[in-house]
Design a protein around this ligand. Structure first.
Ligand SMILES: C[S@@+](CC[C@H](N)C(=O)[O-])C[C@H]1O[C@@H](n2cnc3c(N)ncnc32)[C@H](O)[C@@H]1O
Length: 426
């Protein structure tokens, strides 16, 4: 990004720029962007500005599922891809809201401001730091779209050189991409070790990390939270003791609705990680009438045992995260399925069961077994014409049971046929 890019962004924030953006959005909606672009250039609008307007219009459209007010925000492509969705950022900012120390909060590596705009909702003074001038400018704009009177000091600097005296809490979201390319797993800029050391200078620190973060990297006394939106695992966040809630692991599921609908439903499960299976700390037993496929937030947090206790469920295999029980429980932390058939995994036998059921759709879930899912699907359901309209939608769960490959042929539990669970709703 260049100074010229900054100039185009400033231009887009003027009344004539807003009009240009509207025309670009309308042309995109009608699939008429090429001709609309030509018309604008022919009318004397600078080609760079026309390109910037179309880029913003396209990014706003893409961001609509991420940010409720995307149509007023600005983005860069890389900044949007790395940004925190509004609902996730709001959930996280609640931790900072409860800080007793009333000092200002710092958003280091602020990007396009996905987290900054949520932190602004707390109402404290903010320090936003990024070394990319375009991101920094965009972050302040986006923050003010949500909180027009936000007190934000924008600091164009390397976060490692910023004075954090008087800062009560820091959120840092280090870059995991550079020059448009994803950095190797575990690599970030600045590195995780630097981010964690911030806790030596600032009372409360939260660090966003990739959801695949090895949990061994979480310092003692810190909490790691894995956050999913619906069934999609989005991120991990490491919280220093001042922001941790007394447990070392947390799995949070934000139930998908429209982005940042005021009442986004947050379900959170806390606890200590499951002991290693070899230590015998798992409750294992015969399959009941129902199977539960835990949220990836729960499996990554190592809270499958905690979930089993809450649901009154148990594992069919000590090493595999599927749970089972005799009653259906409605829970945000797992997808409940009713077991229709349970048999050793043999494609011909399972295919025969499916034919006998006259199924309308087939979903495959696999844990603990190798094999390409698409190849298995073709073997189980050679032709789409084998699907029977009006028949049950079936999930075949492929896993290990009794030390051998096993198949559970399942259907969803109808609404109302399940009981609510007792897990925390926050
Ligand atoms: C993952 S993005 C932040 C996304 C942001 N939390 C959001 O929701 O929009 C990372 C940002 O860190 C910035 N960055 C990377 N290394 C930096 C450093 N050493 N100092 C300052 N900014 C840095 C990049 O310019 C980029 O804007």
């Amino acid at each position: 990004m260049t100074g010229q890019d900054l100039a185009w962004l400033d231009e887009l924030l003027t009344p004539s720029g807003a009009e240009l953006l509207e025309r670009a959005a309308a042309a995109l909606a009608e699939g008429d962007e090429l001709r609309a672009g030509e018309r604008l250039r022919a009318a004397g609008v600078a080609p760079g500005l026309v390109a910037a307007a179309f880029t913003q219009a396209e990014l706003r459209r893409r961001a609509a599922s991420w940010f409720a007010r995307a149509d007023e925000m600005l983005f860069t492509r890389a900044g949007l891809e790395q940004s925190t969705a509004e609902a996730v950022a709001r959930h996280r900012s609640a931790r900072f809201a409860s800080l007793v120390d009333g000092g200002r909060l710092a958003d280091l590596c602020t990007g396009i401001g996905g987290d900054l705009l949520a932190l602004a909702g707390i109402g404290r003074p903010l320090l936003a730091v990024d070394r990319d001038p375009v991101h920094l400018r965009i972050a302040v704009h986006n923050c003010r779209v949500y909180v027009p009177d936000a007190q934000v000091e924008a600091c164009l600097a390397d976060v490692r050189e910023v004075d954090l005296a008087g800062v009560a809490g820091v959120f840092v979201d280090p870059a995991r991409r550079s020059d448009g390319r994803r950095l190797a797993a575990g690599v970030s800029e600045p590195p995780l070790a630097w981010c964690l050391e911030l806790a030596e200078r600032v009372p409360a620190v939260a660090v966003k990390a990739a959801p695949g973060l090895p949990t061994g990297l979480v310092p003692a006394g810190w909490e790691v939270e894995f956050v999913a939106v619906g069934r999609d695992l989005k991120e991990a966040v490491l919280c220093s003791p001042a922001l941790a809630a007394g447990t070392s692991r947390r799995a949070t599921v934000l139930l998908a609705g429209p982005p940042a609908a005021p009442e986004v439903n947050v379900a959170t499960l806390c606890g200590e990680p499951d002991p290693p299976a070899a230590d015998g700390g798992r409750v294992v037993g015969e399959p009941g009438a129902y199977l539960f496929d835990p949220s990836p937030a729960v499996t990554r947090a190592g809270l499958v045992g905690e979930l089993a206790r809450r649901l009154g469920a148990w594992q069919v295999d000590p090493l595999i995260a599927f749970l089972t029980a005799d009653r259906a429980v409605r829970t945000p932390f797992a997808r409940p399925l009713r077991i229709e058939a349970s048999l050793p995994f043999d494609t011909r036998r399972v295919a025969a069961v499916l034919r006998g059921m006259g199924i309308s759709a087939l979903d495959l879930r696999r844990r603990g077994l190798a094999g390409d899912v698409e190849t298995l699907r073709r073997r189980l359901l050679p032709a789409r014409r084998d699907l029977v309209p009006g028949g049950p939608a079936v999930t075949v769960v492929m896993t290990r049971y009794r030390d051998r490959p096993w198949a559970f042929v399942c259907v969803d539990v109808p609404d109302g046929a399940d009981e609510p669970d007792s897990a925390d709703q926050g």
